[in-house]
Design a protein around this ligand. Structure first.
Ligand SMILES: NC(=O)c1ccc[n+]([C@@H]2O[C@H](COP(=O)([O-])OP(=O)(O)OC[C@H]3O[C@@H](n4cnc5c(N)ncnc54)[C@H](OP(=O)(O)O)[C@@H]3O)[C@@H](O)[C@H]2O)c1
Length: 224
C-alpha cells in the first residue's frame, strides 16, 4: 500500500513510524495541504491527521480525483452533512472518517449502547463525561467525547482538561444515590490510532464504494 500522509505532527509522525514498520511505502508526508501535490502523486490512499480547517478541501480534492481517503482529523464535524452529500454523489467514492481509531473506544461505544437501553429506568442518575488530553490539542471537547455523547445521549455535560502530555483519557461517570459507575478508556500510545487508521485504509481499499465512519466499516451500529 502506497500512502500519502497529510499531517506531520504527533499523529502524522506516529503514523509514518507504524507504516514504515509494516513496510508500507510513503509517497509524501505534508503538514499543509497542497492540492497540486495530492492530485499528482501516485498513491493508493491518503491518510489525514492534520487540522480541521483543511478537511473540506482534502475531501473535495481526493474524492474528485477518486483517491481513497481516511480522515483521522477531528473538529470538522459541522461540515459533515455537506461533505457526506458531496461524497455520496461520487459513484466510486471511498472515504472513511473516524474521530478515534482505537479498539478500546470502539468497545466503550458498544458497551454504552447496551447501557442506554436500561437508562430510562435510572431517572434519578446523572451521566457526565470527563476527557483529558495534552496541552497542544486544538479542539475541545474532543471528537471522541462528542461521539461518546452521541452514543450515550444521557450525558448531560462534557468537561475537558488540557494538561501536559496526556495522550487521551475519556471517563464516563454514572452517578446515582449512594453509588457510582465509571467507565474509563486511557490511551497510552498514539500508535494505537495509527494502527487503526492503517487497518481502515486496508479495509477501504477492498471496497468498491464506501462513504462512512470507522464504526460503520466495522459493522458496529452506533446511533447518532
Ligand atoms: N482519529 C484518531 O484516532 C485520532 C487520534 C489522535 C488525534 N487525532 C486528531 O488528529 C489531528 C492531528 O493531531 P496531532 O496531535 O498530530 O496534531 P499536531 O501535532 O498539532 O499536528 C497538526 C498537523 O496539522 C498541520 N496543520 C495544517 N493546518 C494547520 C492549522 N491551521 N493549524 C494547526 N496545524 C495545522 C500541521 O502542520 P504544521 O506543522 O505546518 O503546522 C501539523 O502537520 C487532530 O485533529 C487530532 O484531534 C485523531
Amino acid at each position: 500500500m502506497r500512502i500519502g500522509i497529510i499531517g506531520t505532527g504527533r499523529m502524522g509522525q506516529a503514523l509514518a513510524a507504524v507504516a514504515a514498520e509494516k513496510n508500507y511505502s510513503i509517497a509524501y508526508q505534508i503538514g499543509r495541504f497542497s492540492p497540486e501535490l495530492v492530485e499528482s502523486a501516485e498513491v493508493d490512499v491518503v491518510i489525514d491527521f492534520s487540522h480541521a480547517s483543511q478537511v473540506p478541501n482534502i475531501v473535495e480534492v481526493c474524492l474528485s480525483r477518486d483517491i481513497p481517503l481516511v480522515t483521522g482529523t477531528t473538529g470538522w464535524y459541522a461540515a459533515l452533512p455537506h461533505l457526506q452529500s458531496f461524497a455520496q454523489r461520487k459513484p466510486s467514492a471511498r472515504w472513511l472518517w473516524g474521530g478515534n481509531f482505537s479498539r478500546g473506544i470502539l468497545l466503550m461505544k458498544v458497551a454504552l449502547q447496551a447501557l442506554l437501553s436500561l437508562w430510562d429506568k435510572f431517572g434519578d442518575w446523572e451521566a457526565l463525561l470527563l476527557e483529558a488530553h495534552h496541552r497542544h490539542k486544538k479542539d475541545a471537547p474532543s471528537g471522541t467525547a462528542l461521539e461518546l455523547q452521541k452514543v450515550f445521549s444521557a450525558v448531560k455535560a462534557i468537561h475537558s482538561l488540557r494538561v501536559g502530555e496526556i495522550v487521551g483519557e475519556h471517563k464516563l461517570i454514572l452517578s446515582g444515590s449512594g453509588e457510582e459507575v465509571e467507565i474509563l478508556h486511557r490511551a497510552h500510545d498514539r500508535r494505537i490510532f495509527a494502527q487503526g487508521a492503517l487497518w481502515a485504509a486496508e479495509w477501504l481499499l477492498s471496497q468498491p464504494y464506501f462513504v462512512g465512519s470507522f464504526e460503520m466499516a466495522l459493522g458496529v451500529r452506533v446511533s447518532s
